[in-house]
Write a protein that binds this ligand. Structure first.
Ligand code: AGP
Length: 609
């Protein structure tokens, strides 16, 4: 995530950059910085904290120049700090870069550059770009950038300026968005349209693998092979609020759509093809240490807790380690049996949830090693943990978690495979097969989203429901719990999720004519059992919406409504199966006119008891 802005023209760039950054702060807010060309040199100012911290510093001096770039950061590589903030420079400060995304192979490039005498100051992957452009520079900045692109891997957008060629800004895009705003004797650059809407509504959208050279009176585009590209001007007719949401009506639906990319980003550089290895940057757990644990505790709240339930199924199946799962607010007060032979895995989007943090401290006091899965770099939970695996979902604005749920699942799969490899519970071929399937997940999410109108139609017809029952077996039960929570929190419709086998132990007493039952049937081994459960509720008059995998058609003859997700292995199915459930909650809430992004009584980060 993160936000990029740039300006070249006749005016002072600083207020224009700051105004743009303010519009982009929702994309990242752990640090911010600007770089401005001041005739003699490029001045860089960057600080940890919200944009207001940078603003306060800039008030104390006169910084002026007609060309500059700016950045608001959401940390991935390296915690939030002044030095890790963007812009980053080469050793002499002549070449300056801001960047969104991830450079997968930055470590090998960094090592090569260090050997050549380059001195690195930050922990970021971005700093590599500044030194690498310097390394290739032979009097032509564009050419040097082109050489860098040939060598780097990943998904990114970055912008480069240099004191050596102060008449231009070079923009590169692959996988992350970047646009150029057209002015009169001035031009603008931004990762997102809202940043420039106060100056122009005429923009060029930079395409994948293109380079844009932006001068004050000219904008040129080149494709990957260096061939000039002609472009159509895109006229923006959205207002700023709609633009922040990328044209979507709410952040929640925008974030549902971002899942394919978020899942991909979280796997990138960790789930590499051809190897059975999984690379988990900040996890330093060794084979010997892992063998010392006799059980794992997984602890979290809300959606993150539901990820833990999937985690129990996955880790026990793949790594054969017993896993106990507990809600953090229960765990922290009941003196659980935890000691130095317990590994505690803590899951949290914000990294600040008080109950989760206190549960972590309780486990730590008892001698447990703590491994956390967190989205916010440098958050309290991350800092209190021995090992951290970050989900690279970017900031989640909607209170209802969506993209962080699916990326947390990816983290669970990676940890389970890492443990399976260390413990030898899976053969290399088996690990490689699961990894291959994992790499297809972004595509499967996209395919599922194509059918969102089916869910929208269902929601339009059923938004007056009073209760919805979610049923699943095995790992589908965990998915049902998440679907049910999503519906409750955004649409205020009462719902409950149950292990389908529990029906006849009480729940079926509630099923009557027209009761909506949402049945999740993605587990091949449990399919027949689930079909029987669907028949049981149908016989009592339930209206059944079934979610199943393409190719399994039996339930279609029994259910009233069937939504097919693409074929996916049972263990990875939650990543795809949750999508229709998120969509259902969203569309039900929209139908009812609820405040989708800020549901009543709820906060994004629960830092109180
Ligand atoms: C889910 O949609 C909610 N926002 C909530 O249940 C959330 O998952 C819970 O409060 C835990 O938050 P965390 O992941 O930031 O720790």
């Amino acid at each position: 995530m993160c936000g990029i802005v740039g300006y070249i023209g006749k005016k002072n760039a600083v207020p224009i950059l700051m105004e743009g950054l303010q519009k982009l702060e929702y994309r990242g807010y752990d640090s911010a910085g600007v770089a401005v060309y001041t005739k003699e040199r490029i001045e860089v100012r960057k600080y940890k904290g919200r944009l207001s911290v940078l603003e306060e510093h800039l008030k104390k001096e006169t910084l002026e120049g007609c060309m500059g770039i700016g950045h608001t950061r959401w940390a991935t590589h390296g915690e939030p700090s002044d030095v890790n903030s963007h812009p980053h420079t080469n050793c002499s400060g002549d070449i300056v870069v801001v960047h969104n995304g991830i450079i997968e192979n930055y470590m090998s490039i960094k090592n090569m550059l260090i050997e050549k005498g380059y001195v690195f100051r930050s922990e970021t992957d971005t700093e590599v770009l500044a030194h690498y452009v310097d390394y290739f520079y032979e009097g032509d900045l564009t050419e040097a950038v082109r050489k860098v692109i040939e060598k780097i891997r990943g998904s990114y957008a970055f912008v480069v300026i240099s004191r050596r060629e102060p008449d231009k800004i070079i923009c590169v895009r692959k996988g992350n968005s970047l646009i150029v705003g057209i002015g009169n004797g001035e031009n603008f650059i931004a990762s997102d349209i809202p940043a420039i809407l106060n100056h122009t509504r005429r923009v060029y959208l930079i395409n994948e693998n293109e380079i844009a050279i932006v001068e004050k009176d000219r904008i040129s585009f080149f494709d990957g092979s260096g061939k000039k590209v002609e472009k159509e001007v895109f006229e923006v007719n959205w207002d700023v609020t709609a633009a922040e949401k990328g044209g979507f009506e709410h952040f929640m639906i925008k974030e549902i759509h971002e899942q394919s990319k978020a899942v991909k980003d979280t796997m990138v550089s960790r789930v590499l093809p051809d190897f059975a290895d999984i690379k988990l940057d900040d996890i330093i757990l060794t084979k010997e240490e892992l063998q010392e644990f006799d059980k794992i505790y997984m602890v979290a709240c809300g959606t993150s807790f539901h990820v833990c339930i999937v985690g129990k199924y996955v880790i026990e199946k793949l790594a054969k380690i017993p896993v106990e799962v507990e809600i953090a607010s229960e765990f922290r007060y009941r003196n659980p049996i935890v000691n130095e032979r317990t590994l505690t895995i803590v899951v949290s989007q914000s990294g600040e949830t008080l109950d989760t943090l206190e549960a972590l401290k309780e486990a730590r006091r008892k001698g447990s090693r703590i491994l956390s899965i967190v989205n916010v770099v440098g958050s309290s939970i991350a800092r209190e943990s021995h090992d951290v695996l970050y989900t690279w979902a970017g900031p989640e604005i909607a209170v209802a978690s969506t993209k962080t749920y699916t990326t947390q699942l990816i983290a669970i799969y990676m940890i389970a495979l890492y443990m399976a490899k260390l413990k030898g519970t899976l053969k290399d071929e088996e690990i490689a097969k699961i990894k291959d399937e994992m790499r297809k997940l972004p595509q499967l999410i996209e395919e599922t989203l194509k059918h969102k109108s089916t869910i929208q139609k269902f929601a339009a017809q059923n938004s007056n429901a009073r209760d919805v029952f979610y049923l699943g077996r095995g790992i589908d039960y965990a998915v049902a719990l998440e679907g049910s929570l999503k519906l409750k929190e955004v649409s205020y419709i009462h719902s409950g999720a149950y292990a389908a086998g529990e029906l006849k132990h009480g729940i079926i007493a509630l099923v009557e004519q027209g009761t909506i039952v949402l049945a999740v049937l993605t587990q091949d081994e449990l399919y027949e059992k689930m079909v029987s459960s669907v028949k049981e509720v149908k016989a009592r008059g339930a209206f059944v919406f079934a979610i199943e995998k393409e190719g399994n058609t039996e339930v279609e003859n029994v259910a009233d409504y069937t939504f097919y997700i693409p074929k996916v292995s049972d263990i990875l199915a939650p990543v795809v199966a949750v999508i229709p459930l998120q969509l259902l909650a969203y569309y039900m809430a929209v139908e009812k006119g609820c405040d989708v992004d800020k549901p009543r009584n709820l906060a994004k980060s629960v830092t109180v008891e």
